[in-house]
Design a protein around this ligand. Sequence first.
Ligand SMILES: Cc1cc2nc3c(=O)[nH]c(=O)nc-3n(C[C@H](O)[C@H](O)[C@H](O)COP(=O)(O)OP(=O)(O)OC[C@H]3O[C@@H](n4cnc5c(N)ncnc54)[C@H](O)[C@@H]3O)c2cc1C
Ligand SMILES: *[C@@H]1O[C@H](CO)[C@@H](O)[C@H](O)[C@H]1NC(C)=O
Ligand SMILES: *[C@@H]1O[C@H](CO)[C@@H](O)[C@H](O)[C@H]1NC(C)=O
Length: 507
Amino acid sequence: MAAAMAAAANKVSLLSLVLLVLLCWGSPSASQELRRPPSKIGVIGAGIGGTSAAYFLRQKFGRDVQIDVFEKGDVGGRLATLNVEGKHYEAGGAIIHPLNLHMKHFAKVLGLSVSPIQDGLMGFYNGDELVFEESGWYIWNFIKLLWHYGLNALRMYLWEEEILDKFMRIYRYQSHNYAFSTSEALLHALGGSDFLRRLNQTMDEALQEAGFSQKFINEFVTPVLRYNYGQSTSINGLVGVIALASIDPGLWSIEGGNKLACAGLLEASKAQLIPSTVLSLEEKNRQEGRSGGVVKLYKVEYNSAAGLTSDLYDIVVIATPLQRKISNLEFRNFKLPSGEFSRPYQPIVSTLVHGQINASLFGYQDPSQLVLSDIFTTEGPKAFFYSLSLVSPVQNKMDQSLVSPVWRTFSAESLTKEQLNLLFSSYDTVEEKKWLAYPRYSPPEKPSPVVLHDHVYYVNSIEWVASAMEMSAISAKNIALLAYHRWYNKAHMIDQEDLHERLKTEL
Ligand SMILES: Cc1cc2nc3c(=O)[nH]c(=O)nc-3n(C[C@H](O)[C@H](O)[C@H](O)COP(=O)(O)OP(=O)(O)OC[C@H]3O[C@@H](n4cnc5c(N)ncnc54)[C@H](O)[C@@H]3O)c2cc1C
Ligand SMILES: *[C@@H]1O[C@H](CO)[C@@H](O)[C@H](O)[C@H]1NC(C)=O
Ligand SMILES: *[C@@H]1O[C@H](CO)[C@@H](O)[C@H](O)[C@H]1NC(C)=O
């Protein structure tokens, strides 16, 4: 009896199995599941964008895919250090915000030590005098801010927080694997048409609209924007808010240099680094087996120590600005989607100076009275530098044993001897690094496309919203998800509306 029952049960389960197989056969989603995984993915650029893309691509596509990362310079890209008398200092991307969750995650999983960036005192200089100066006494600062700017500073904090709150939604969307096919769609999912409108507005317009005073904008906001982006309040209203976050408390950086995140991600992703300059990208069709399916592949041509070489890839991720002066990639056999790719980038010179600051320039006869560690400048003909900051070496940051300090300036051009002599009462070592640093923002901003071809993606589209380490990491994760969903035809995971509402009910 029991045996008969079991046999019947088996029959039922066999039948249901057959049914299930038949059903699956007929359903398109199941046949797509059968699509072969990609065998090779190429990533161009080993900055934080390319290396985090390699990391997230490995997570999505699994251990069998080969990932190659091309780099023509040093791993780290715009994260780099300069050597001043045997100690290394950040010359590019330096500060990381406490709410930059991808950067935080990288430091944690890669086992990198982090250290806080010392909360120094900030002053704003107009070329003649300091128009605002923080003091070490919190209450006194508060009174000073009130006195100078009324409630503007407090309101600014709340205004910024509201925008950053919405921005933080990206982490939830990404943890649920949702992806976006354009930078605009990503922004819309975070903050609706309000966010898109900010991309069309200058920071000045956005601030005026929110009722901030012109004095506050010129004296307080502008210097912070100049420090961060070497530009004024003519930048778009989103990158402007990201810049303001750079004076929040709790900033940090990676011990040994932020570029260690890139090296770590490369290793964790088990990607192969190919030191070479990529010259071109070309679409190729290959006949697959006897069944005769045509497979689309991308030929990456590159120049390495071994000479001109090329390789075929299923998916290609471009993680460098497609600015001709930065990366002059040629696209053969396929047309880029419309959109301007080679828009100007802002030149910034980062100069590290070991010396004593000229206190009298800032109105102090006694140098020991000048205790500011960040001096940002307002706009004007006399402001030949954007910022002057006391910096710590990337190693043993908390070690304050240095007798004479190292300062870092950001400026549009190399500092002349005269300018150095004006800024410093004495100095010895001067090291500089020239960058094409970040986009020259000019709203209405139209970010470049993210999808350049069926399986070619562009990480640095996001820079036209805002350029920062975390932005590159967010874009890299988005592209890993997008490449995965597009490879396996999971359209329901791309460009979904109302994610914020939908995910509220999910845990
Ligand atoms: C002076 C300065 C200060 C900054 N301060 C901060 C800060 O405090 N906080 C912050 O978050 N961000 C800061 N940023 C911005 C931040 O550094 C960048 O947004 C971020 O590092 C960009 O990373 P990425 O990987 O997208 O691009 P990149 O770092 O530029 O990486 C692109 C890589 O691609 C390589 N490459 C280009 N073309 C080719 C090719 N044809 N073949 C092979 N390789 C190629 C390049 O050599 C480069 O290594 C700063 C930037 C600068 C310049
Ligand atoms: C932004 O400006 C563009 C034109 O430059 C326009 O097409 C678009 O609708 C604007 N978006 C918003 C949200 O205002
Ligand atoms: C310092 O600044 C003053 C202007 O306040 C200037 O006259 C002087 O030449 C500068 N340099 C030195 C070394 O003091």
